[in-house]
Design a protein around this ligand. Structure first.
Ligand code: FES
Length: 79
């Protein structure tokens, strides 16, 4: 599963770094390193939607507060 987190400037200001750290921690804690491929991506032109995260091409809007819930639902829930 490919998960990309926007690291463009608008998303950066909304906490993309924090989201990457949280997701990395959750992936490691759940030993999903071989299943989930986390990577950064440049601006996907959806800046208004908060930090843009895609899961296998589907776009989601995530904030540092919802990162864990997002992980449970959209990442764990799809494996
Ligand atoms: S900076 Fe993330 S969508 Fe533009």
């Amino acid at each position: 599963m490919k998960v990309t987190i926007c690291i463009g400037s608008a998303c950066h200001l909304k906490g993309s770094r924090e989201i990457i750290q949280k997701l990395q921690g959750l992936v490691a804690a759940n030993q999903l390193g071989d299943k989930v491929d986390l990577s950064g991506a440049f601006c996907s032109k959806n800046c208004v939607n908060g930090v843009c995260v895609t899961v296998d091409g589907t776009l989601f809007s995530v904030s540092p507060e919802t990162a864990e819930e997002f992980f449970q639902k959209e990442i764990m829930g799809r494996l």
